[in-house]
Design a protein around this ligand. Structure first.
Ligand code: HEM
Length: 219
């Protein structure tokens, strides 16, 4: 008799979040934004919110690099804060935005949860890392090309640098390697289940940001 083959963790996490992915993709803010129904100010506001999220993701990376669970995921070529800052400098026309922008309530809650996992439960941090960076390497490319066409940004230039991973020549290969890291995350079944649940929470937190953005841009 052959033993049943366990589903790889990377497959488990993708399948468990599939429905929420569809919901996030089809949220009315995303549909309006990518359907050309909103001005560049909405894209700028969205980029501002991402800045708060990625600061929370990337501020703790120096400490996390040595962590046995999160450490392997910390890769300098993924870092997005500098790119977001260039995009926002461009969209605002100066660097003054740094003192002016504020997180929407859902963004503040999302960033807070990321920080909580980074400091208290690094398996949870991996869930947040996966939800953002693997998404950016995938659907992010769709968003970039629409943003370039809709608001006239230079291809892969200022405004959409967030979506351009200069240090990743082959995104498909990078994603394959990333999934191998996911499959090797230490922990028993219960811990893996907790990480999957945290990934679902990460998707919900993203949907809440879209809701806040929808409300903020329809006023
Ligand atoms: C309009 C918005 C979006 C589009 C068009 C989109 C599109 C896509 C596509 C085409 C893939 C599959 C890539 C592949 O098979 O390699 C993907 C994967 C992914 N997306 Fe999205 N996405 C969007 C929004 C989001 C959001 C809001 C999140 C979460 C914050 C997200 C997280 C992910 C993740 C984690 C994956 C990787 C799944 C895996 O292979 O494990 N996406 N997305």
């Amino acid at each position: 008799m052959t033993a049943p083959v366990a589903t790889p963790f990377s497959t488990q996490i993708r399948e468990a979040s599939h429905q929420q992915h569809t919901e996030a993709e089809n949220s009315s803010f995303m549909s309006d934004l990518l359907g050309g129904g909103l001005g560049v100010e909405a894209f700028r506001l969205y980029t501002e919110q991402l800045w708060f999220v990625y600061r929370a993701l990337e501020a703790p990376t120096a400490q996390l690099a040595a962590d046995p669970v999160a450490g392997p995921f910390v890769r300098p070529e993924l870092a997005r804060v500098a790119e977001l800052e260039r995009d926002l400098d461009h969209m605002h026309g100066s660097a003054a935005w740094r003192d002016e922008v504020r997180p929407l309530p859902a963004t503040a809650a999302y960033a807070e949860r990321i920080t909580e996992t980074a400091t208290g439960w690094t398996g949870g941090y991996v869930a947040h890392h996966y939800t953002r960076y693997l998404g950016d390497l995938s659907g992010g490319q769709v968003i970039r090309s629409i943003a370039e066409k809709t608001w006239g940004f230079e291809p892969k230039g200022d405004g959409v640098r967030f979506y351009v991973f200069e240090g990743i020549g082959n995104p498909a290969a990078f994603k394959r390697e990333y999934r191998t890291l996911l499959d090797a995350v230490p922990g028993d079944d219960a811990e893996r289940l907790r990480i999957v649940e945290e990934c679902k929470r990460a998707f919900s937190l993203n949907s809440a940001v879209f809701q806040d953005l929808g409300a903020a841009t329809s006023r």
